[in-house]
Design a binder for this molecule. Structure first.
Ligand code: ADP
Length: 244
């Protein structure tokens, strides 16, 4: 078991180095060009933009790595703390709309009356990643459905899209760190390959499971299943708050 842990650790360090090395090499190359060549302002600006893009890519990777490491080192999410799911879903929907920029039809169907117990930031990150993936892997004109409902075991959050879909052999590996089916599309849409690893980890800490169904060319469905232990009746929220 120890040997296995050591191999996983080594692979991880190698992957991180590789992921950061690529944008860093490109960035260093452009810097060299701008420093050595006498370029007109327009050309300089062009290279600056390319450099900024590579820097952003590295930033996203580091942010996601930090998010993963925080998940690994934080205490178990509380069973008493309430996540206001309705409010969170509204934010997830508006972020998905913003990311789509009107290119997709994004819908939200949410049952009311129950919430989850746990860490709001972690649930927000899990739901947000699933929604943004659906937008990023669905071509223009497609539909993304966000669904929150009671289920037999407790409650579930489902994201359904009419996007590119995933071939069966990839599905079991999707939550591995840096695993991507289509690197080009992942990169073009600002992906780091860490999104689903974060989703799985955040859900696992809430004893929730991730179920993935997909058909290439038709679309995908990602569902987070919460057990009854984590589901609690929604707080009765006053229509308007009174400041004292
Ligand atoms: P990335 O940052 O590359 O999107 P993720 O960890 O979020 O990384 O997802 C891993 C891979 O799973 C993606 O690169 C993509 O190939 C695939 N994937 C994730 N969500 C979807 C989806 N809704 N439809 C099709 N493929 C998806």
């Amino acid at each position: 078991r120890l040997e296995k842990v050591e191999t996983v650790r080594r692979d991880f360090v190698a992957n991180v180095s590789h992921e950061l090395r690529t944008p860093l090499t490109v960035l260093a190359g452009f810097l060299e060009t701008v420093r050595e060549l006498k370029l007109d302002p327009q050309r300089t600006r062009y290279y600056m933009n390319l450099m900024a893009e590579q820097a952003r890519r590295m930033q996203r990777i580091v942010e996601d790595l930090l998010a993963l490491s925080t998940l690994e080192s934080s205490p178990e999410p509380s069973l008493e703390e309430r996540v206001n799911v309705q409010g969170l879903l509204a934010r997830v929907k508006s972020d998905a709309d913003a990311l789509s920029g009107g290119r997709h039809h994004v819908t939200l169907e949410a049952m009311e009356g129950f919430d989850i117990a746990g860490a709001e930031s972690e649930i927000a990150s899990a739901f947000g990643n699933l929604a943004s993936n659906a937008v990023r892997y669905t071509p223009e004109g497609g539909t993304v459905r966000l669904i929150w409902r009671a289920s037999q075991e407790g409650a579930e959050f489902t994201v359904e899209d009419t996007g590119v879909g995933i071939e069966t052999q990839h599905i079991v590996r999707l939550t591995e760190r840096f695993y991507r089916v289509d690197r080009g599309r992942s990169r073009e849409t600002g992906g780091t390959g860490l999104g689903l690893a974060i989703v799985k980890h955040a859900l696992m800490r809430h004893q929730a499971t991730l179920e993935i169904q997909s058909e290439p060319g038709k679309g995908s469905r990602f569902s987070a299943h919460f057990s009854a232990r984590r589901v609690m009746p929604a707080a009765t929220r006053p229509a308007s708050a009174t400041a004292v």
